[in-house]
Design a protein around this ligand. Structure first.
Ligand code: UDP
Length: 361
C-alpha cells in the first residue's frame, strides 16, 4: 500500500512524527504488508527552526518532495500547492493521501487528491471554532467535506461532524484520540533544556495567529499585558518569525523581562512546558500540550476548538484584551485545576489511524 503524506507547517511536522513512527512500527511487524510512505513537504514553513529541527529531532523521514511554496497570499499559495501536488499524485498513484490539521497545505492536498479520486484521510478532523474569519476554519471545513476517513481527536469533534450531517455522507467518522498526545507521551522522556538561560519561575507564551498578528491593536494589548505581568513573573516567549517582523515594524514596546527567544525545537518546548508556571497562547496545539503537562492555559483568542478544556476549567479564553489577560493571570494564582480527565484518547491514536487506513483500503 502507498500513502502520500502532505505536510508543510510546524504543527503538521509534530503530528506527522507520530504517524511516521507508527508506519515504521507497522512495517517492522508486518514486512509482507509494508506501507510505502511518500512525504511531500510544501515548504509553507521553511526556516531551519520552523522545519528542519523537527525532522531531525523527531526522526521524521526526509521528504521525498520539497515544493518550496511559501511567503505568498492564500490564493497564490493554495493554488500553486494544488498544481504541484496534483502532478506528484498523478505520478505516484497512492492508495491514500494523508493530510493534517487546517493549513493551506491541508486543503491543497485534499483537493488535489479528491479530484483525482484518491481517498483522503484527514487527521484532526471535525474541529470547529465557528469563526469563519479564520483561514484555518475554512480550510478544515472544506477538507473534512472531501475526506474519506475523518480521524477526530475528541468526542466534541465527532459531534461537530454529526451536526453537519456527516452521518448521511459516505465518509467514515472515527474518534481515534489526538496524535499530539501520542507525540507528547513518546517524546517527553527526551525533553531537552534550552541553550538560553531560563528563569526559575516563568510563564510560557506564544503568539502567532492571524487574528492577533494582523491586528496591531490586538498585538499591542497582548504585549501591554505581558509588560505588566512581568513585574511579577518573567514571560518566556519563543517568537514566531511573522510575529517578530510585525512587532519590529510597528515598534511595539516590550519590557526587558519579556524574554523573546527564537522558535524552539519540540524537545525544548516539552522542557519549557514541564517547567513553566502557566501557559499563555493563541496556538491550537499548545493549549492541549499545556493540558498534557498539567499547566493552566490562558488562551489569547475569543474562541477555541478545544472547548472541553474550557468547560473543565483548565483553560480560559480572554481574547486580546489587556485587562482580561491580567485579570485571568491574577485569578489563575488561586485556581486548583483538575487535569485528571482524558479527553484525547489513550496515546495510541497513530497506530489506530494506521489500522483504520488498512481496514478501509
Ligand atoms: N512549537 C514548538 N516550538 C515553538 C512553538 C511551538 O515546537 O517555538 C510547537 C508546539 O509545542 C506545538 C506546535 O508547535 O506542538 C504548535 O504549532 P503552532 O502553535 O505553530 O500552530 P497551531 O497549533 O496553532 O496550529
Amino acid at each position: 500500500m502507498k500513502i502520500v503524506t502532505i505536510i508543510g507547517a510546524r504543527p503538521q511536522f509534530i503530528k506527522a512524527a507520530a504517524i511516521s513512527n507508527a508506519i515504521l512500527t507497522h512495517n517492522q511487524n508486518n514486512p509482507l504488508e509494508a506501507i510505502n510512505e511518500v512525504i511531500i513537504h510544501t515548504g509553507q514553513h521553511f526556516d531551519p527552526n520552523m522545519s528542519t529541527v523537527f525532522f531531525d529531532e523527531m526522526k521524521i523521514p526526509k521528504p521525498d518532495y520539497l515544493l518550496n511554496i511559501n511567503s505568498l497570499g492564500h490564493g497564490a499559495m493554495t493554488g500553486r500547492m494544488l498544481e504541484e501536488v496534483e502532478k506528484i499524485l498523478i505520478n505516484e498513484e497512492p492508495d491514500y493521501v494523508l493530510v493534517y490539521g487546517d493549513t493551506n497545505s491541508t486543503l491543497a492536498g485534499a483537493l488535489a487528491a479528491s479530484k483525482l479520486h484518491i481517498k483522503v484521510a484527514h487527521v484532526e478532523a471535525g474541529l470547529r471554532s465557528f469563526n469563519m474569519k479564520m483561514p484555518e476554519e475554512i480550510n478544515r471545513i472544506l477538507t473534512d467535506r472531501i475526506s474519506t476517513l475523518l480521524f477526530c481527536p475528541s468526542e466534541t469533534a465527532v459531534k461537530n461532524l454529526q451536526k453537519e450531517g456527516f452521518d448521511n455522507f459516505k465518509s467514515k467518522v472515527l474518534n481515534v484520540g489526538d496524535v499530539m498526545y501520542d507525540t507528547t507521551l513518546h517524546f517527553s522522556k527526551m525533553a531537552k533544556e534550552p541553550t538560553f538561560e531560563l528563569p526559575e519561575n516563568f510563564i510560557l507564551a506564544t503568539v502567532h495567529r492571524a487574528e492577533n498578528t494582523d491586528d496591531i491593536n490586538n498585538l499591542k494589548e497582548i504585549f501591554s499585558a505581558f509588560n505588566t505581568i512581568v513585574t511579577e513573573i518573567p514571560v518566556v516567549l519563543p517568537i514566531h518569525p511573522r510575529t517578530k517582523n510585525i512587532l519590529e515594524k510597528n515598534n511595539v514596546e516590550i519590557s526587558d523581562r519579556v524574554q523573546l527567544v527564537p522558535p524552539v525545537g519540540y524537545l525544548e518546548m516539552l522542557y519549557l512546558l514541564n517547567h513553566c508556571q502557566l501557559v499563555m497562547t493563541d496556538s491550537g496545539g499548545l493549549q492541549k500540550e499545556a493540558y498534557f503537562s498539567k499547566k493552566y492555559c490562558i488562551t489569547l483568542r475569543e474562541e477555541t476548538e478545544w472547548v472541553e478544556l474550557v468547560d473543565n476549567g483548565v483553560n480560559q479564553l480572554v481574547g486580546a484584551s489587556e485587562s482580561k489577560i491580567i485579570k485571568a493571570f491574577n485569578e489563575a494564582k488561586q485556581l486548583k485545576p483538575n487535569f485528571e480527565n482524558h479527553f484525547y484518547g489513550d496515546g495510541k491514536a497513530s497506530s489506530l489511524i494506521i489500522s483504520h487506513i488498512i481496514k478501509y483500503l
